[in-house]
Unconditional design. Structure first.
Length: 139
């Protein structure tokens, strides 16, 4: 069995941002040479997420609105975490809702997706450089 590791880097420009990283993950899979196995993709930040869904602009806008309703950024006093001097208590909650990682089967050298599935990086405390780990194992 082979193992392949790659880090992806993104510069986010907004506090909450969603980036389709499917092509980046597919490129990593091609670099790995692995034909059959599993591909793990996870956010390397406690206030970010990796998830799978449809790349449809209305859905992405709905996520932004829904997450802000569930865990609004302000007032900052809403979160005890912010008493430590941070201002990202909401981002931790948003990450918990959206999840840390995804695992996708690799079949015949391709990500084995269902119809419309794409991989997204979700950022909830952005405006700086961020990192995603891609780990692929198989043969």
């Amino acid at each position: 069995m082979k193992s392949f590791r790659k880090e992806l880097f993104f510069n986010t420009t907004k506090r909450m941002e969603f980036i389709n990283i499917t092509r980046d993950v597919e490129k990593a899979l091609n670099e790995s040479g692995i034909q059959e196995g599993l591909c793990l993709v996870n956010a390397m930040h406690i206030t970010a997420s990796v998830f799978i869904n449809d790349d449809e602009h209305g859905l992405i806008a709905d996520y932004e609105k829904w997450l802000e309703e569930l865990a609004p950024h302000e007032p900052l006093s809403r979160y005890r975490h912010n008493l430590t001097g941070e201002d990202n208590g909401d981002a931790h909650h948003k990450r918990q809702i959206m999840g840390r990682e995804v695992v996708v089967a690799v079949t015949e050298g391709r990500l084995d997706f269902g119809t419309w599935e794409q991989i997204f990086y979700g950022e909830f405390d952005g405006r700086r450089r961020k990192r995603v780990l891609v780990k692929i194992i198989g043969e």
